[in-house]
Write a protein that binds this ligand. Structure first.
Ligand SMILES: [Zn+2]
Length: 308
């Protein structure tokens, strides 16, 4: 039995009463609109989504607005003595020193962002720690960390609409944008969860082809990227179908998958594949063919979105 005197009881009561009782007085639920307009609320928004849909293969999901968490993550992986040797001369002795230094130098942050312009990461909505930084652990039961960048909270441009006014002969170009929805951010998480599961377990394709720790490093990284990305994008189409085939998240998933296919067509045409790699690509193409009818529906339904 705990002995509480009157004064203590009053203190405890005051603490309990000072907390909001229902969701009415405090914004207990962060909506997508809150998260889009205020980047400070995005971590909480993501936490809410992760609470409802988590992955046993993911250690953490963090929002990274300025790529500083990515820098921190990269330092964990690229922690070599040579790297620190040069920094020590500048008085930077450990990771925290370096992060503090970067944060105190706005120009340095600008430089880091500049480095990312046009890189794969700048165009990435999110990333998975292992795939990008420590892929030597593939298929060995390792959980990954996920970083979500700002892209999923910005409009996604899928096409341009050319409106021609024949009376005066002028042409107006209007981008067709898909505005972020809670469901589209959930799709981004689902995409990363797919990578995390593949990374944890290794991959067994439907025809029995296996990618595991023993053969991962012998596969051309471009082929490997094609396989894991297309698996995740196909997964995104199936995942968002539950929201309706006219839902912006489904339409966006279809466009993104199609865009990736185009990109990889070019990439894969430039390299020579060995027999196993060719089998992997052929099997993945078969998987794509199964979702082509859905992609076409998504593209057709784009017309139902309003251009902005
Ligand atoms: Zn991906």
């Amino acid at each position: 039995m705990v002995n509480v005197n009157r004064k203590e009881f009053m203190l405890i009561a005051a603490v309990i009463l000072s907390k909001p009782i229902s969701g009415e007085s405090a914004p207990s639920k962060i909506t997508i609109d809150h998260a889009v307009s205020n980047s400070d609320l995005r971590q909480k928004f993501i936490d809410q989504l992760v609470e409802k849909e988590s992955s046993p293969y993911v250690l953490s999901v963090d929002y990274d607005h300025d790529y500083l968490k990515l820098l921190e993550m990269a330092l964990d992986y690229g922690n070599t003595p040579e790297f620190w040797q040069g920094l020590r001369q500048a008085g930077i002795n450990n990771k925290q020193d370096l992060l503090d230094f970067v944060k105190s130098e706005p120009m340095l942050i600008a430089d880091i962002k500049q480095m990312l312009v046009g890189s794969k990461l700048e165009n990435a909505g999110a990333m998975n720690s292992h795939f990008h930084l420590g892929s030597y652990d593939f298929g060995q039961g390792k959980k990954t960390k996920v970083l979500v960048f700002k892209l999923p909270f910005e409009p996604y441009k899928i096409a341009e609409l050319h409106e021609i006014d024949y009376t005066i002969g002028s042409e107006e170009i209007k981008p067709i944008l898909i505005h972020p929805t809670e469901e589209s951010v959930r799709e981004v998480l689902h995409h990363e969860y797919t990578h995390a599961e593949d990374f944890y377990k290794g991959i067994v394709m439907t025809n029995g082809l296996r990618i595991g720790p023993d053969n991962y490093n012998s596969i051309n990284p471009k082929v490997m990227n094609f396989v894991v990305e297309i698996r995740a994008y196909i997964g995104g189409i199936h995942y968002t179908e539950q929201f309706g085939r006219d839902h912006p998240a489904f339409i966006e998933a279809c466009h993104m998958c199609k865009g990736q296919l185009k990109k990889y067509q070019t990439v894969l045409n430039q390299i020579t594949l060995n027999t196993f790699e060719r089998q992997l690509v052929q099997q993945q193409v078969k998987e794509i063919q199964k979702v082509m009818p859905l992609i076409e529906i998504g593209q057709r339904n784009t017309l139902m979105l309003h251009p902005y």
